[in-house]
Every structure is written in structure tokens, then in C-alpha cells.
Design a binder for this molecule. Structure first.
Ligand code: XAN
Ligand code: ZN
Length: 453
């Protein structure tokens, strides 16, 4: 759909209908009867009123007849951002939730992760997790893989092939006394991280990047943490890890790193707390630690399903927001049993309500706020908000075409006259992948999947 037009860019697609998104000022902004144009690079070129279709088509050089019109119960929302998911744990998602974190790691997680030496095993699980998350509306995922470089590179390739925006981390761990066959030497971890980063960057994937991934302080020697901080700093890379998920873990970190002010300080002193760092959980962070997060621009990935499933704790998300610490949501498969960000939205609301039950004065998160955490908040938590997170001209078009009334879907009744805000609320609380008619990443339709030879 290109022709001579006033502007320098060519328009590839134009959509007309309702757009629902978040801004810094408004948790849910509803844009009704808008025209949104996507250029050939997949970026949002313009947003205008539907009434102005003729003047906009002249200005931008598209055929008014080629505009895609959304239906009455349809809307576009930004793609969701899963700020913390273990792709490698997807094989046992939905099982093994009967132990606390550290026993859970030793009993279920490490033995399974050790299997990713086998690239065919890895290919099968990684293909399923990328497809499942995309189908459920995750346009951006921040993945943990395993310690295996080649399998981690394969995850990057699969995300790229299916068109998902992703940060992919080769896990680093040189300490594991319980399952000693699943660990690296400090030298291996350092060298393989460098190889992982350089091979990943060589691919020049448009939407997939490496992320430096120390598993957590209990799995890494101080020397390894120091090396990883240096690698991240020298290459301006993202960093992900876990922090203060359980009280037992916090206590052990204190014993293992007695010379540090706090768990957060352990990462900070090793240059691992930056404005490109996302730390999962943070249930037991102190105010002092949250202040350090804020100062450094580091973010928290709230993983409520996992926090409840492993009985780790309940993150007080309101406190994190009050500290002005960037906050996103994570499924944390497989400590969290669901790969769907809609589940993360619901568990975030449940946790907030449980905190209100404990203290009626507690300011419960609203569904609008949680919608923002799942979209714009997540993009900010991953420092990707220049590219994605909402419908702002110049950002990539990462979007879900939601049909709240999809035939055969889980939402039976929409009352006469209910507007887009109610459709959004119903979708967040009742919807599933049947309501997600299409998924776009950087302007490209990635769901429904195109059958490949
Ligand atoms: O929920 C979690 N899942 C993990 O795999 C992990 N590793 C360290 N800490 C962790 N927490
Ligand atoms: Zn995790």
C-alpha cells in the first residue's frame, strides 16, 4: 500500500477501530474510532480520527478501501510483556509445586535443566514455549534458558523465527552442591557467556537480544558475579536474576555474603544493578533496598503465580510503585504454573486483594493499574519502552487484536451498551487465547501462525 505521499515513510497497514493502552499519566486510555497507520518498518506512523480517513489517506498515501476495520466487540491493546519466564522449565509446567523454593530447585528444576545438553530436547520445548506464549499475547518475553550455550542460542533462533521480541539469557551458575552435574566452573561460565553474547549479536536478529543471567546469588561465586558485571558493563547489556524470593534464601545470602549491606548490595557491588537490570520476585526487599533499586534504575519482575505456588511470599506491589521502582509482571514458568500473562494479571490482582484482606487500609491495585503493569510497565522494566509498551507514534506496532465476543470463546455475555473499558475488564478476567484473534510484533502478524514448509 505505497504511493507518493507527503511523508517520507511508506504505510504498510491501516487499522480502524478502538485502541486501548496505557500512558504514564493514564492507566487505561481508550481511543475510540481511531485510524492507526503502520509503516513498512513496523512502526506506528500516525494515529488519527476515523472521521478523517479521507484526509489521512491523502496525506499518508494509503487507499481508504484497504483499511482494516475492527468489529463491534473488538479492540487493539498493546502486546503483553513477560518480564520473567524460564523457557527451559516449560516441560514440567503445571506440576511439581509441592516444595519450597530451594528444595524445588534441587528436586525438580536442576535435573530437568541438565537435559538441555540435548539440542533436540531443547528444540521441542523451546518451540512449544515460544508458540504458546505468543498465542497467549506475549509479544515480548525475557527468558531464562539453561547453562548450555548452544541450546540458549537455539532459543534465540526460535524466538526470532516466530517473530517474538525477546531477551534470552544463558544461565550462569558455578555453585550447586546438590546437583553437581548441573553447574559450570567459573571459567566455563565466563567464557561461555562471552561466546553466547558474541554469537547472539553476530546473528543481528532485529528483535532478540542476549541478557546477562547470573541465576541468583546462591548459585554464583563472588568472582563469577564480578565477571558477569564486567561483561554486562563492557557490552551495555541487559541483566536478569532473582532476588529476595523467600526468607530462607535471604538468610542464606546473608550468611554467604556477610560483608555486604544487603542482598541488593551483593548485586550492586558486582555492577549487576543497573538501569537495564530486572530482578525477579523481590518479595522480601527492605525499603533501603528499594531505594537502591530506584537510584540505579533497576526494576522488579512481579511473579505472583510462582510466589503463591511455591509459598514464597507476597510482593507488596503498591510499595514498589510508591518507591517509584519500575515494575513489570512475570509468569515465572514453571514456579508459576501458567505461561499466560492473563494469569499473571489475575494473580497480581489476587495478591493485592489478599494484602487488603490482611489490612483493610491497604490500597488494592485496580485492574487498570495491572493492565499497565502487563504492558507499558513491563516494557519500562525491561528498558524497551522506546520500542514497545503502548500505541505511541514512533514505537513498534506490538499489538493484540482482541475479540471479546469471539464465538466459542469463554465470554458468553456482553450486555447491551457496555463500552470498551468493560470489554477490557472482561477480557482480562475471563478471556483466553480464543479471544486473541491476531498478534502483531513490530507490525508483522505472528499469530495465527503461518504454516512453514
Ligand atoms: O522461581 C525461581 N525459579 C528459578 O528457577 C530460580 N533459580 C533461582 N531462584 C529461582 N526462583
Ligand atoms: Zn525465576
Amino acid at each position: 500500500m505505497t504511493s507518493s505521499n507527503e511523508s517520507a515513510v511508506d504505510i504498510a497497514h491501516v487499522y480502524r477501530g478502538t485502541f486501548v493502552h496505557s500512558t504514564d499519566h493514564t492507566a487505561v486510555e481508550i481511543l475510540e474510532d481511531r485510524l492507526l497507520g503502520v509503516d513498512t518498518e513496523g512502526k506506528i506512523a500516525f494515529i488519527g480520527s476515523g472521521q478523517e480517513v479521507d484526509s489521512l489517506s491523502q496525506k499518508w498515501g494509503f487507499e481508504a478501501l484497504a483499511v482494516t476495520q475492527l468489529g463491534q466487540y473488538e479492540f487493539f491493546m498493546p502486546g503483553m510483556v513477560d518480564t520473567h519466564i524460564h523457557a527451559s522449565q516449560y516441560s514440567y509446567a503445571g506440576t511439581a509445586l509441592d516444595l519450597p523454593l530451594l528444595q524445588w530447585l534441587n528436586t525438580y528444576t536442576f535435573p530437568v535443566e541438565a537435559c538441555y545438553k540435548d539440542l533436540e530436547f531443547a528444540r521441542n520445548v523451546y518451540t512449544h514455549v515460544v508458540k504458546r506464549t505468543l498465542r497467549n499475547g506475549t509479544t515480548t518475553a525475557c527468558y531464562f534458558a539453561t547453562i548450555h550455550t548452544d541450546a540458549s542460542l537455539l532459543l534465540g533462533q526460535i524466538a526470532n523465527d516466530f517473530g517474538q521480541r525477546a531477551l534470552v539469557g544463558k544461565v550462569c551458575m558455578d555453585t550447586n552442591n546438590f546437583v553437581p552435574h548441573y553447574r559450570e566452573t567459573p571459567e566455563e561460565s565466563h567464557d561461555e557467556t562471552n561466546r553466547f553474547i558474541s554469537e547472539m549479536l553476530k546473528k543481528k536478529y532485529p528483535l532478540v537480544r542476549p541478557v546477562v543471567t547470573p541465576r541468583f546469588a546462591l548459585s554464583c561465586s563472588a568472582a563469577l558475579l564480578g565477571h558477569l558485571g564486567e561483561i554486562a558493563q563492557n557490552n551495555h547489556l541487559h541483566i536478569q536474576s532473582h532476588i529476595s524470593e523467600t526468607k530462607e534464601e535471604v538468610k542464606l545470602v546473608k550468611e554467604l555474603f556477610p560483608d555486604y549491606d544487603s542482598y541488593t548490595d551483593v548485586y550492586h557491588k558486582h555492577n549487576l544493578l543497573t538501569d537495564k537490570t530486572v530482578m525477579a520476585h523481590g518479595c522480601h526487599l527492605t525499603d533501603e533496598e528499594l531505594k537502591l533499586f530506584r537510584e540505579k534504575g533497576a526494576s522488579v519482575a512481579h511473579c505472583p503465580n510462582s510466589n503463591i505456588s511455591l509459598c514464597s511470599g507476597m510482593l507488596d506491589a503498591r510499595r514498589v510503585l510508591n518507591h517509584k521502582v519500575k515494575l513489570g509482571l512475570g509468569t515465572d514458568v514453571a514456579g508459576g504454573y501458567s505461561p499466560s500473562m492473563l494469569d499473571a494479571v489475575r494473580r497480581t490482582l489476587d495478591t493485592s486483594k489478599a494484602l487488603t484482606i490482611q489490612d483493610p487500609q491497604y490500597q488494592t491495585l485496580t485492574f487498570e493499574e495491572v493492565f499497565r503493569l502487563a504492558t507499558l510497565g513491563g516494557s519500562q522494566a525491561l528498558s524497551l519502552d522506546e520500542h514497545t509498551g503502548n500505541f505511541q507514534v514512533g514505537k513498534d506496532f506490538d499489538a493484540l487484536r482482541v475479540n471479546a465476543a469471539m464465538e466459542g470463546g469463554p465470554i458468553d455475555l456482553i450486555n447491551h451498551g457496555e463500552g470498551p473499558k468493560v470489554l477490557l475488564e472482561k477480557f482480562l478476567n475471563l478471556g483466553d487465547d480464543r479471544n486473541i484473534a491476531e498478534v502483531y510484533v513490530a507490525g508483522k502478524r505472528v499469530v495465527p501462525f503461518v504454516e512453514r514448509p
